[in-house]
Design a protein around this ligand. Structure first.
Ligand SMILES: C[S@@+](CC[C@H](N)C(=O)[O-])C[C@H]1O[C@@H](n2cnc3c(N)ncnc32)[C@H](O)[C@@H]1O
Length: 389
């Protein structure tokens, strides 16, 4: 079983009872499960920038096994190695299944029922007590443990803060999209969503980009994040992030990819921004968004740039991104349009429940659009004369 498959199995298992989670750990193996959970904690931990290196001994208990990890926290982030540091100033242990539930379950304060903490700082020191010096040494230990517990507990950071932390341009300077996304996506935050983003970033530089994938991964604590790019971006593969290489203007590739990894709860198009590409992706992939999910088209300003297949003057051309998206407003009302046979309605008309336009971005809600028309006695060609009083 791959690491991704282990993580996905854990995310699905936490929906069950505590015994189900223990059984899932038995089935998947305590070793791979512990590795996956520690990798997730490392990713989530956000130690303060001025923190010097502090080792925390993290012991994960499953039955009669204890799996030890030395977690090193510092201003550079968190690393972890299997093993034991006898000199670690702080020792923390969890029941492994409890930690799995805390990390991969919906948030709700279940974390840490089995947490044990032991402060070993200064345990072997001799000589006269020096409280002041002790407190100075304790301070970084407390901050390191705070960062580790913050990675376990369900306090959820703001999407804009995450965008800044992981360096995607979705908020700040160029774009200001994250408040719009929070408005729509917060209800899905605790769900095991599958999110696909077209455009990983960094173009032909394999190690650049990936900021938005990590932003989504941290925002959706139980999400599986897929990134598609025309360049090889496999350097960004990590637990819960899968990169795929392909062209967003190739419908055959998109279909094959979506059959394998979809359906998705959210698709975000932040790829080439060429209108033709945007529309091929939307036409091909909307069927692979689950009802109740979202399809987002970013950077709509390119719809007005000729170099990107747009037009500054032909504002209603259905060949430009915004021109086409405008037709969705009429599509919402296909059942009400006199003379239009509903059987002839487009897929878009029948499967979109709302379209939200913001500056630079459109958020499309996928849902059945079949509420029926107004009753036939309401005249379609002008109101009848009012009866005389
Ligand atoms: C603006 S960047 C994405 C930034 C990233 N989403 C973020 O927020 O950090 C656009 C990416 O789209 C990719 N791209 C360009 N044309 C593409 C195509 N036809 N199919 C797939 N990806 C494409 C580029 O290689 C580039 O990495």
């Amino acid at each position: 079983m791959t690491e991704q498959e282990t993580v996905e199995a854990l995310i699905l298992a936490v929906g069950g009872r505590p015994d189900d989670v223990r059984a899932a750990v038995d089935r998947l193996g305590a070793g791979p499960v512990a590795e996956a959970v520690v990798a997730e904690l490392r990713f989530r931990a956000a130690p303060p920038a001025d923190l010097p290196e502090v080792n925390v001994q993290l012991d994960l208990v499953h039955g009669d096994r204890t799996l030890g990890f030395v977690v090193t926290l510092s201003g550079k982030g968190a690393t972890a190695d299997a093993g034991q540091d006898p000199d670690a100033p702080m020792w923390v242990s969890y029941e492994l299944a409890d930690l799995v539930r805390a990390v991969y379950g919906p948030s709700g304060g279940r974390a840490g029922h089995t947490r044990r903490v032991e402060l070993r700082l200064g345990r072997d020191e001799s000589g006269p007590p020096n409280p002041k010096a002790y407190l100075v040494k304790l301070e970084p230990v407390s901050r390191a443990v705070h960062a580790l517990f913050g990675a376990v507990d369900p306090a959820e950071p703001d999407l804009g803060d995450l965008a800044v932390r992981y360096a995607t341009d979705k908020w700040g300077g160029l774009h200001w999209f994250t408040p719009h996304y929070q408005r729509h996506f917060s209800e899905l935050r605790d769900e095991p969503v599958r999110l696909l983003e077209i455009g990983i970033g960094g173009y032909e530089q394999p190690h650049l980009g990936g900021g938005s994938l990590r932003t989504w991964k941290r925002y959706f604590r139980r999400g599986l994040i897929y990134g598609l790019d025309i360049f090889d971006k496999s350097a960004h593969d990590e637990p819960r992030i899968t990169t795929l290489r392909g062209d967003q203007s190739d419908p055959a590739y998109l279909r094959e990819m979506a059959e394998r990894y979809g359906p998705f709860d959210i698709i975000v198009d932040d790829g080439s921004h060429i209108s033709g590409h945007v529309l091929v992706s939307l036409r091909t992939l909307l069927p692979y968004v689950r009802p109740g999910g979202y399809y987002v088209v970013e950077d709509l300003m390119f719809s007005y740039f000729q170099g990107f297949g747009g037009s500054p003057t032909d504002l209603n051309s259905p060949d430009t991104s915004v021109g086409f998206l405008k037709t969705l407003a009429d599509g919402l009302h296909y059942e009400d349009r006199p003379g239009l046979d509903p059987a002839q309605a487009r897929y878009f008309d029948r499967h979109i429940g709302a379209v939200h336009f913001y500056r630079g971005v459109a958020v499309i809600e996928k849902s059945a659009n079949a509420e029926g028309s107004l009753p036939p006695w309401i005249p379609r060609s002008g109101m009848p004369p009012r009866p005389a009083q």
